[in-house]
Design a protein around this ligand. Structure first.
Ligand SMILES: Cc1cc2nc3c(=O)[nH]c(=O)nc-3n(C[C@H](O)[C@H](O)[C@H](O)COP(=O)(O)OP(=O)(O)OC[C@H]3O[C@@H](n4cnc5c(N)ncnc54)[C@H](O)[C@@H]3O)c2cc1C
Length: 412
């Protein structure tokens, strides 16, 4: 088949890899230039530890409290936007124990599947992702946060994940190069991390070498549809015939889906990161500073620090008032790393494609015979990339899928 994929983010590239491996002719269309999208500046975690969906009990009350502070890790820009209102209501309806109990096992299944596939892929591509299986530390200063993390660690055990609870001395022993100032932590040994830029470059090179055609600076604007089949993808540079279409357009998924008559809800959740180069002393493990919702990732001698979730529509504006607390938190937890406050030019921003129930959309269009959706991975798009690519390939080839996929269906 001639398969067209919209989006050259991590989801588009891994999907192209699995499809091309089966011999399909694959073309990826992206309006960017292949050097930046959400898949480049993220924290690079492969995190089975994130098995609780974003919409979970307590998050709404916490979010409302955070909304009152200009330096908190969460913000919604108030605006009259029907998609945001519908998304918010759905998110609110999903943030309860019953829905989480229903969705968490599905999220866990795809996280575990994808972790193993990402490790295989990194190995196959000569360790090009710089993937490391060192686990991840969830660190906290606040006692209440510690109780919550201990609860999650107990829950994780049900899924076969070991997550020992550490006191401050035990955390310090795991990070001998830097001083750590915490009350305690939980160590998820199952988690991995990689270098997102190296991963994207390696995937790009691999699929190009395999014969995947990538059309950058082509914006998909519309489609020709005949008898419930998309026949042509219409871009600003011309039309492309296709036998099958995969939409992997990240935070633009809702807009493109609408053009196809597919109704799904999605909000871009902006996050920031800053990458510090050539550190003499660095963290050994990635660390999440749970009280402040900040992620720190050692990538060789580099250190990336990131965080915040701003629901403010599609834009790449950088709000330094919300960047500063990220760096301050890193310096507070690790008092001798002395990270400088960056100039605005050094700050990266990216848009997480967030569904209102915390599960991705992976499934065939209910309205077409030849369209598959792959997106809405929110905070776990790197973690779920390989699993998504494999599942999309299996759906297109009408094979039995590796795991049950009904929970990820598109119009749920
Ligand atoms: C600060 C931060 C930290 C994160 N940390 C992690 C982490 O540690 N682990 C993890 O698993 N995830 C993490 N994430 C989330 C992860 O980065 C995303 O889930 C993932 O990158 C989404 O990939 P994607 O391919 O769906 O979208 P993208 O990477 O955004 O790619 C979508 C592509 O679609 C293209 N496109 C859109 N519309 C069109 C159009 N009309 N025509 C042509 N092309 C189009 C865009 O140009 C873009 O290149 C983080 C995100 C942020 C912001």
């Amino acid at each position: 088949m001639q398969i067209t994929i919209i989006g050259a983010g991590v989801i588009g590239l891994t999907t192209a890899y699995y499809l091309r491996k089966e011999g399909h002719e694959v073309t990826i269309i992206d309006r960017g230039n292949g050097t930046n999208n959400c898949s480049f500046g993220n924290a690079g975690y492969i995190s089975p530890s994130h098995f609780i969906p974003l919409a979970s009990p307590g998050i709404v009350a916490q979010g409302l409290k955070w909304m009152l502070s200009s330096t908190s890790p969460f913000y919604i820009k108030p605006r009259l936007n029907s998609s945001l209102v519908k998304w918010g209501l759905k998110f609110y309806a999903n943030a309860n124990e019953k829905t989480v109990a229903r969705n968490a096992p599905h999220l866990n299944n795809i996280l575990q599947l994808s972790r193993n596939l990402m490790i295989d892929l990194d190995r196959e591509l000569n360790h090009g992702f710089q993937l490391e299986t060192k686990g991840c530390l969830m660190l906290y200063k606040n006692e209440k946060t510690g109780h919550h993390e201990a609860e999650l660690a107990r829950e994780a055990k049900k899924y076969g994940m070991e997550a020992p609870i550490l006191n401050a001395t035990e955390v310090q022993a795991m990070e001998p190069e830097v001083k750590v100032d915490v009350l305690g932590g939980v160590y998820f040994a199952v988690d991995c991390h990689l270098h997102p830029v190296r991963m994207m470059e390696t995937l790009h090179k691999k699929v190009s070498d395999m014969g995947v055609k990538i059309l950058y600076q082509h914006e998909v604007q519309d489609f020709e549809i005949k008898n419930q089949k998309v026949t042509d993808v219409i871009t600003d540079k011309g039309r492309y015939l296709t036998d099958h279409l995969v939409v992997a357009a990240g935070s633009w998924l809702e807009i493109i889906s609408k053009k196809l008559g597919i109704n799904l809800l999605l909000q871009p959740g902006k996050g920031y990161s800053v990458t510090y180069g050539s550190r003499q002393k660095n963290l050994i493990h990635p660390a999440i500073l749970v009280d402040d919702r900040v992620a720190m990732t050692p990538m060789g001698s580099e250190l990336r620090v990131g965080g915040t979730m701003e629901l403010c529509g599609i834009n790449d504006d950088i709000n330094m008032t919300r960047v500063k607390p990220i760096i301050t938190a890193a310096n507070n937890y690790f008092p001798d790393i002395h990270l400088d406050m960056p100039q605005v030019e050094k700050v990266w921003s990216g848009l997480r494609p967030c569904s209102p129930d915390g599960l991705p959309y992976i499934g065939n269009s209910p309205h077409h015979q030849n369209v598959t959706i792959a997106g809405g991975h929110a905070m776990v798009g790197i973690s779920l990339a390989a699993g998504t690519g494999l599942l999309v390939k299996q759906m297109i080839q009408k094979e039995k899928t590796e795991i049950a996929v009904d929970a990820f269906r598109v119009e749920r």
